[in-house]
Write a protein that binds this ligand. Sequence first.
Ligand SMILES: [Zn+2]
Length: 321
Amino acid sequence: MSVRIGLDVGGTKILAVALDDDGGVAASVRHPTGWGADAVVDGIARAIGDVAPSDAPISIGIGIPGQIAPGSGVVHHALNLGIDELDIVAAVAARVGVAPVVDNDVRAAAVGAASALPELSSLAYLNLGTGIAAGLVSLGAPWLGGRGAAGEIGHVSIDPTGPQCRCGQRGCIEALAGGGAVAERWGRPAALPVRDVFDAADAGDTRAQALRTDVHRGVAAAVQLLILTADVDAVVLGGGVAGLGSRLSDPVRDLLRTSASASPFLRSLRLDERVRTAPDGVPLGAVGAALLGAAPDVAAAVPSIHAATAAAPNPEVAARG
Ligand SMILES: [Zn+2]
């Protein structure tokens, strides 16, 4: 079989992996991400060259921030990469001779999480980074939505009196719990601003405590929204902010339990028990991209999980879901 190569293209680094036959990481490499379409494609081609075997066929999957219409291979609005519009499938194919499967980075990480948590038949991967978005996976196949925008829940407003969001609304989940918004409201330079806020809150700073409460209630609202919408088996917390571990997940579970206490219906859904944290030490985005790259029918053009299932996705990917 082909060697499955996956890339997670982020704002600061490109991480590439090659999977072994069992889905483990056989090789990996990390390069800084350049700025602009040409530099990003250069970095991708270089990373592929570093992990690709010289003597075997390869498949390639790429997770990249930005909007990708299902089946198009064109990424739009990857603003933190300096890309406005790029036919990334054509550009990478021209460089390495193999057409990649390209999907949104959060959705790729969701597929990686599903392969790392095979006991779950469905999950939402809630990416808590500078911004907030989720990827939905059922039976190993990502739910794309009609325009590839499924899971963009960061701009659901949960508090009309809450802080101003960059999207123009008030009290969006992202305005409360997104790392970028928290850093802006906190206003104190720090390498890890949300951690800095949590540390200051622990030390008794009341302004930090209010910001921390907003992070917790924003994440709790996102979990509730994802479960009530898609009834996924679990919501997996991932992304940089999820690195706070139980300092994030325990209060989120408490809030979910409290909000359900008055509602037999919500209680029956056991929201708090369905919060999971992403497994440590697995490059979920790159692994998920590699799985998508090996199952192009699932990733490239299928607008819904039902259609994806009917199209018989790569059985290995499906079995991992
Ligand atoms: Zn917003």
